[in-house]
Design a protein around this ligand. Structure first.
Ligand code: GDP
Ligand code: IMO
Ligand code: MG
Length: 434
């Protein structure tokens, strides 16, 4: 056997991954913002402006769509990775809004040259495709996400780095014309001229940003002992492979996607922080076994202000879904969970948790291959509500007994520690387990 001479080098560097475990909007933005100054770099790894990540600092609300949620903490670098799809018009608007608030964006934002561009016709195709689906529509945010990822995997896409090339306009026109041809298949009215002009104008204005080979930047950072937090968008149940297909988004939203979407090897990943609400929501169409169509669902929506951060649509509300959470923890290898929006349940005498699905008279804890058209009846266990405000609580050990019981129950069922508990939208409204 050949001599195996190697030296074991232990780096202080690592990447942690933070992502959603439900159907999106779990409060990822808030937790990333809180954690940001414990890292050197915050890096978004997939999705695009379909995301809406809300940060509330000193009562002031900021909603981020493409820019990572570390941007409001001074001195942190924010990277948009190759897995993200970018609409220049939305990105420019986001940068302008932040700069108007005094945030130094350009200095702290780096964009992968490999990230794909959302073209104006991608958005039109998204709208045309949804309109053609009628009652079976996905409920897309209509930001052009699906068509852009289709062009990426179809090897037709345009990337951020292409904007710097001389023949960019010709390449754009070739793809646009192909899209216009595709659009003749739909009976769909649209007007391109204005949004196309705005798109090119935005590209011009964005040319002062820093476009980089992000995979080299991030790996060099790791080699010099820097810490990276990878920020996910959407949630596990919206993943293109593992979500409630076809009612999903068009990217992988799970842990593995952070490696693909940034160029970081799995061996460089330490913690996987999964975010989940103390109940469930979903916006858009598709299966949602614990959805409540009654006054209880309405109460969760009004107490939780459950309206989309990107589209303003009312979110569908329901109880915590353990089978879906088991699945999400398994697929993502979650090492710790942050539960958000506990305060929304302050005024409930009883809280239900779905422990299994009943399908065709049989109870199961696994997510069925196809959830569409199936009669899924949730099996519930009820826990007692705490019926008081959580404003004054700063430590896990001080929490009302009923809330502690609820958290212990979830943690035990999921065999994963709950390391954070969010009790309000504000940055400081968070309990962190020591
Ligand atoms: P994200 O997409 O996962 O970042 O989540 P969104 O920002 O779309 O939705 C979460 C919403 O809940 C936002 O309006 C947040 O300000 C708010 N939020 C986050 N954590 C809490 C919490 O613990 N309690 C309450 N009441 N609101 C919260
Ligand atoms: P964040 O990052 C919640 C949903 C849409 C629709 C489906 C497909 O804020 O958690 P798409 O525009 O991707 O084609 O829409 O996915 N969706 C989200 N729901 N939060 C999100 O992002 C979402 N991004 C997409 O409502 O049902
Ligand atoms: Mg959101």
């Amino acid at each position: 056997m050949a001599d195996c001479n190697f030296q074991l080098v232990i780096f202080k560097m690592y990447t942690d991954i933070l992502l959603g475990l439900q159907w999106g909007d779990e409060g990822k933005g808030k937790i990333v913002d809180y954690l940001a100054d414990k890292y050197d770099i915050i890096a978004r790894f997939q999705g695009g402006p379909n995301a809406g990540h809300t940060l509330v600092i000193d009562g002031v609300k900021t909603v981020l769509h493409t820019i990572p949620s570390g941007i409001l903490k001074p001195g942190i670098m924010n990277v948009i990775g190759n897995g993200v799809v970018i609409d220049p018009t939305t990105l420019l608007k986001e940068i302008n809004q932040l700069e108007a608030k005094g945030v130094e964006v350009k200095k702290h934002l780096l964009i992968s040259k490999r990230a794909h561009l959302i073209l104006p016709t991608h958005k039109i195709l998204d709208a045309a495709s949804e309109a053609a689906k009628g009652a079976e529509k996905i409920g897309s945010t209509l930001r052009g996400i699906g068509p852009t990822y289709m062009d990426k995997t179809g090897r037709n896409g345009l990337r951020i780095g292409d904007m710097l090339e001389k023949d960019f306009r010709q390449r754009y026109e070739k793809i646009r014309d192909k899209h216009l041809h595709l659009l003749t298949l739909y009976n769909f009215d649209f007007s391109l001229k204005e949004i196309e002009a705005q798109w090119f104008e935005s590209i011009e204005q964005l040319s002062s940003l820093q476009f980089i080979d992000a995979e080299y930047y991030l790996n060099n950072a790791l080699r010099s002992d820097k810490k990276i937090l990878a920020e996910g968008a959407q949630g596990t149940m919206l993943d293109i492979d593992f979500g409630t297909y076809p009612f999903v988004t068009s990217s992988n939203t799970v842990t593995a996607a952070a490696c693909n979407g940034l160029g970081i090897a799995p061996s460089k990943v330490r913690e996987v922080i999964g975010i989940a609400k103390a109940y469930c929501t979903r916006v858009g169409g598709g299966p949602f076994p614990t959805e409540l169509h009654d006054a209880v669902g309405d109460k969760i929506r009004s107490q939780g202000n459950e309206f989309g951060a990107t589209t303003g649509r009312p979110r569908r509300c329901g109880w915590f879904d353990l089978p879906a959470m088991h699945y999400a923890c398994m697929i993502n290898g979650v090492t710790q969970i942050a539960i958000t929006k506990a305060d929304v349940l302050n005024n409930f005498e009883q809280i239900d948790v779905c422990t299994a699905y009943e399908i065709d008279g049989k109870q199961m804890q696994e997510i069925p291959f196809d959830m569409i058209g199936k009669q899924i009846t949730p099996v519930y266990k009820s826990v007692e509500g705490w019926q008081q405000s959580l404003e004054s609580f700063k430590e896990f050990s001080e929490l009302p007994a009923q809330l502690t019981n609820y958290m212990n129950f979830l943690s035990k069922e999921l065999n994963t520690p709950i390391s954070m508990l969010s009790t309000g939208p504000g940055r400081e409204e968070l309990l962190v387990r020591k």
